[in-house]
Ligand binder design. Structure first.
Ligand code: NAD
Length: 270
């Protein structure tokens, strides 16, 4: 079988470099394009010069996707405005897109949803297999324990992360709501900074973000009631876990109909 031809956007970034390294080791994948932001020092250079990869690869880093692109899948780990712009370009060129970029809101989200009317799209806050299993476990725990339990979500990431709380923490909040009664009026309380805000109510689910050093990504969901506490935790120790999941999704998405797909579908969890 021919390898799946991919384009990586944000190739010089932390995730981009992991994606690049794993792609080059995978005989089922072939890198045909690599993008960086306009003005980035890698643009215009062969990946072999700037990323230390083998000379034969022949990919020159560009800032825009070619209209005659041969990529079968586009992978975006960049930043929110760029991710939504890439979704539009991919929709125009009919190239499926995998988006890992988090912190996407408002118009950017709408643009991605509109792209999914023309191409298959996966926009996941976390591509790790373990975290996607955690989403399911949290939903099951919430359903089994019921809403008499206090639920708090705590996430930790490296000190360069720009969005907070993490997209994964927000997705875990959705898992809790799914397991409880989704329309029962719960609210997410982000941190508890205000003075004299009063005691915690039964309808709030706390979400808290910690930023320090080189933490790759940690998420814990607490379910607590007088006398006991359950803690469901996932810890990522290498970005390879996200990159492996994104590349698995890239292989899966080729040939799918237009629409928004989930990582749970890629993994057969739903
Ligand atoms: P990073 O800052 O190290 O890398 C982002 C890269 O995108 C940079 O090299 C930047 O120059 C490039 N970029 C910016 N604008 C661009 C443009 N117009 N065209 C091409 N490239 C452009 O960040 P990172 O740690 O690699 O994370 C990137 C995103 O992925 C963040 O939103 C992060 O939260 C998210 N992330 C998601 C997952 C997941 O599993 N979904 C895992 C880790 C990180």
């Amino acid at each position: 079988m021919n390898p799946t031809r991919i384009c990586i956007a944000g190739v010089a970034g932390r995730m981009g470099q992991c994606l690049l390294a794993l792609t080059l080791k995978d005989p089922e994948l072939k890198l045909v394009e690599a993008l960086e932001r306009r003005g980035h020092k890698w643009v215009g250079h062969h990946l072999s010069e700037v990323a230390g990869v083998e000379k034969g690869l022949g990919v020159v880093v560009d800032s825009d996707l070619h209209h005659e692109s041969t990529a079968q899948v586009f992978i975006d780990f960049t930043e929110p405005v760029t991710a939504s712009f890439h979704a539009k370009v991919c929709a125009d060129l009919k190239i499926p897109i995998i988006i890992g970029t988090t912190g996407v809101v408002g118009d950017e989200k709408d643009r991605i949803a509109r792209a999914a009317e023309h191409i298959p799209v996966i926009h996941a806050p976390n591509f790790s297999v373990g975290v996607n299993v955690l989403f399911k476990l949290v939903e099951q725990a919430a359903e089994a324990l019921g809403d008499s339990y206090d639920v708090e979500i705590v996430e930790a990431h490296h000190n360069q992360k720009e969005d907070a709380p993490s997209g994964t923490a927000l997705r875990l909040y959705q898992s809790v709501l799914k397991g409880f009664e989704p329309n029962a009026g719960y609210t997410a309380v982000h941190g508890r900074s205000s003075f004299n805000r009063g005691v915690r109510t039964k309808k709030e689910i706390g979400i808290h973000a910690i930023r320090m050093a080189d933490v790759v990504g940690e998420h814990t969901v607490y379910f607590a009631i007088g006398g006991e506490r359950i803690e469901l935790t996932h810890k990522a120790s290498s970005r390879d876990t996200f990159a492996r999941g994104a590349l698995r999704a890239a292989k899966w998405i080729v040939g799918k109909d237009p629409g928004m797909y989930t990582m749970a579908q890629v993994l057969g969890l739903e």
